[in-house]
Design a protein around this ligand. Structure first.
Ligand code: GLN
Length: 299
């Protein structure tokens, strides 16, 4: 089953094979660093403005003047802020996480102010398509199907799907999921797509999958015995297992997924500007520094 699962992933997603995935892989990015503090705190309302320092250079303002966004002077980011450490609500009710900080720096480079639009994961792409948000940034995996709906920037991080089970579970491998188990996933995610695929395509079938609006709710269902396992991206998995006693992540061998920013197919100016800003932030080490702050430093 594991092999079929992997083949399915390769077919659906056109991604590279992981020689060894598991729960410990961290996003890849260049190693040089250049300190730049991101303003990630913002009020908790559905549409809250993150503090973005004023544009440093006239060049950024000029760039901003040419860039069309849904609201003048703002960069609206569609996300689901229940996906730690990429996006979550901080203790004081603002938004924080890897994606929030990278987006803050991108907005800053473009002379725009970041606004976080928090919604269900399943809506982030349609929000961009429908002209309600400028960018979808939500630990969003690049897939061929999603490419039909939005353009993607360069990838800035990687993820791996892993399996969370209660300690003492009789599920020890990917194959064990096929033994009439109920799998909890987040609605609309790649984990949902793989697991709900028909058995002949390497999945477990729709009947063996229950989807939840976000990861935290899937974890609650696991703790309450409503599902036998949860399939989710590795970094949120680590965060959920750390926060909930009695759960563990199985060692598995999976495909690496690439996370990127989704942008409207009708706004090449914005796509290019965001992509260039992101590339600069990868090249100067800012992205790596943010990743280290949330992930690598904890390991
Ligand atoms: N990486 C997964 C996907 O893109 C899950 C993302 C998420 O739940 N925020 O489908």
């Amino acid at each position: 089953m594991k092999k079929y699962f992997a083949l399915l992933l390769a077919g659906v997603m056109a991604l590279s094979l992981a020689a060894c995935g598991g729960s410990s892989s961290a996003p890849a990015a260049p190693a040089e660093t250049q300190k730049e503090e991101a303003a990630a705190e913002a009020p908790a309302e559905e549409k809250a403005e993150a503090e973005a320092p004023a544009a440093e250079a006239p060049a950024a303002e000029e760039a901003a003047a040419e860039i069309k966004t849904v609201e003048a002077g703002k960069l609206h980011m569609a996300t689901n802020a229940a996906f730690p450490p990429y996006e979550m609500i901080s203790d004081n009710g603002g938004f924080e996480g890897i994606d929030v900080e990278i987006a803050t720096l991108i907005a800053q480079k473009l002379g725009l102010e970041l606004v976080v639009d928090d919604m269900e994961f399943g809506s982030v792409i349609t929000s961009v398509q429908g002209g309600k948000s400028d960018i979808a940034m939500a630990g969003l995996t690049v897939t061929e199907e999603r490419k039909q709906n939005v353009d993607f920037t360069e990838s800035y991080a990687t993820g791996v799907q892993v399996i969370i089970v209660p300690e003492g579970s009789d599920i020890a491998t990917v194959d064990d999921l096929a033994n009439d188990k109920m799998i909890g996933v987040q609605d609309g995610t790649t984990g949902y797509i793989y697991c709900s695929s028909p058995v002949e395509d390497g999945g477990y079938g729709e009947d063996h999958v229950t989807s939840y609006p976000n990861g935290a709710m899937a974890i609650e269902a696991l703790k309450g015995g409503k599902v036998d396992a949860v399939v989710i991206d590795n970094e949120p998995a680590k965060a959920f297992v750390q926060a909930n006693a009695g759960l563990k992540i199985l060692d598995t061998e999976y495909i690496i997924e690439n996370y990127a920013i989704g942008i409207s197919k009708d706004n090449n100016g914005l796509r290019d500007a965001v992509n260039n800003a992101l590339k600069e932030l990868i090249a100067d080490g800012s992205v790596q520094q943010i990743v280290d702050k949330y992930i690598n430093a904890e390991n």
